[in-house]
Design a binder for this molecule. Structure first.
Ligand code: PLP
Length: 465
């Protein structure tokens, strides 16, 4: 295989983008005029940029290229499926790959989560789950029970309602949200817990905050709690042990749906197809997924719904009430076919490999904690975050925090590693096929990139340590 016939020179692509492309997450000052690093091809854990530079794909695209780039098995099944049936309307017809995939996914899901609704990605999966909660409570005659509880540090998507759940302040500065529908609780970030509070006390605090919120607002007003098992875009926040199962219990006792957003943690990132039960010991009412389900080869997501909820709907007094929600590309045959091939890869080696190398990955990433700019390295499975701080004692984010991640990224880029800077944090979530030697390369480059950033900051006199 070579470049497609639509590929143009790097200069031409940059020029066209600057004139015609709106990039995601743009700033108003450069909207519609911006070019980003041009990526031309990918292979395994590597991508190649427009200048022919080979880079380790540190974030696996956006936590999604789990099986790695250029997997012929995945490319071929998309071709075969498109030649057989490229699309059918899910309004009046169905296809076989979506039925087979639903059964395969249900087989991996915990508890009685046995039915799958397919969407086009993560935002649409979360949006579908939230609208399902609204529908479910309307049909049951509980139209007041609609509030959604989310948390600081959360990221759940870019559609109106899913984005209203986001807990990172920057995401909302200039955007409107459906604020009246959502209640936000404290981010479960142990690194930022109040000084002098033990992890156990912090966990108790988070649980009491939840209980008090239910008490104050009334369980009859709260429809759902939505949580990523690990807050990914918030900076790989690993919450205190046992906190999520305790919240789950409270949800169950108060008829509040627990929606576990596994858009990042699903499909192998933590060595399992789903992590809610196997890693965190809880069985949610709904799981949302996307990204790794196709290893990023095709836009697909979905939600897995508890059979109990479906049974409640079927025996309600409103059998004609319609869940008026569906997407043109729900159950897309090409997406579902590639997801099946991707599951084959995960089940036949990649999950085992991910479980095998994960402890080494975390251990090696942790070695970066000896750098004075690094406040903490945390992670689980094949996701980790390097959080930079100016001052280890107070754990204050750097004043120049917006700069730091970008500077580290620029150095690492020149050295052959793509980093995904999140303000002052660098997140690493490589393709799950990464070997120990490649982990060594990745961490060595990251160490060098951070060291060079420290030298720059010292030279400029903006940081002393
Ligand atoms: N949920 C989580 C946990 C995510 O990390 C993301 C994206 O990063 C989304 C939802 C939104 O997914 P998408 O960008 O596919 O719409």
């Amino acid at each position: 295989a070579g470049p497609s016939k639509y590929e143009v020179s790097a200069e031409a692509a940059v020029d066209l983008a600057k004139r015609h492309l709106i990039q995601p997450w743009p700033y108003s000052g450069s909207i519609g005029t911006e070019a980003r690093s041009l990526i031309g091809s990918g292979d395994g854990i590597y991508i190649h940029d427009g200048e022919g530079r080979r880079l380790i794909d540190g974030p696996a695209g956006m936590w999604c290229v789990n099986a790695g780039h250029r997997r012929e098995e995945l490319a071929r099944v998309m071709y075969d499926q498109a030649m057989e049936l490229s699309y059918n309307t899910p309004w009046y017809t169905m296809n076989s790959p979506s039925a087979v995939l639903a059964e395969r996914i249900a087989g991996h899901a915990p508890g009685d989560l046995r039915h799958v609704f397919f969407t086009t990605g993560g935002s649409s999966a979360v949006e579908s789950a939230l609208r399902f909660m609204q529908f479910y409570n309307n049909v049951r005659g509980r139209s007041e029970k609609k509030l959604i509880i989310s948390r600081g540090g959360a990221y759940h998507g870019s559609t109106y309602l899913s984005a209203s759940l986001n807990g990172r302040p920057r995401d909302r500065d200039w955007m409107d949200i459906a604020g009246g529908l959502v209640v936000k609780l404290t981010s479960p970030d142990p690194f930022r817990r109040p000084a002098a509070m033990t992890i156990e006390a912090f966990s108790d605090f988070l649980v009491s905050e939840f209980e008090e919120t239910v008490e104050r607002l009334g369980a009859d007003k709260i429809g759902a709690f939505v949580a990523e098992p690990i807050q990914a875009s918030g900076g790989v926040i690993v919450s205190p042990p046992n906190y999520l199962p305790r919240i789950r219990q409270i949800c169950r006792a108060n008829d509040i749906l627990y929606i576990s957003d596994e858009v990042v943690t699903g499909f192998g990132r933590l060595g399992e197809i789903f992590a809610s039960e196997s890693v965190f010991g809880l069985s949610p009412d709904i799981i949302t997924f996307a990204k790794g389900v196709t290893s990023g080869y095709f836009p697909l997501g979905g939600m897995i719904v508890s059979d109990r909820l479906l049974a409640d709907l079927r025996r309600s007094n409103h059998p004609d009430a319609m869940y008026a929600h569906g997407l043109t590309y729900s159950s897309h045959p090409v997406g579902c076919a590639v997801a099946l091939a991707n599951l084959d890869l995960l089940e036949n080696g990649i999950l085992d490999h991910a479980r095998d190398v994960a402890p080494y990955f975390i251990e090696e990433m942790k070695t970066l904690e000896d750098l004075p700019l690094v406040g903490e390295v945390r992670g689980i499975g094949l996701m980790a975050c390097v959080e930079c701080v100016a001052d280890r004692e107070s754990n204050n984010p750097l004043q120049l925090d917006i700069e730091v991640g970008k500077r580290i990224d620029a150095h690492c880029y020149a050295l052959g590693l793509l980093v995904r800077p999140l303000i002052h944090m660098c997140v690493m979530s490589p393709p799950l096929i990464i070997t120990r030697e490649q982990i060594d390369d990745m961490v060595a480059i990251l160490r060098e990139g951070i060291s060079r950033t420290m030298e720059d900051l010292r030279r400029e006199g903006v940081w002393r340590n």
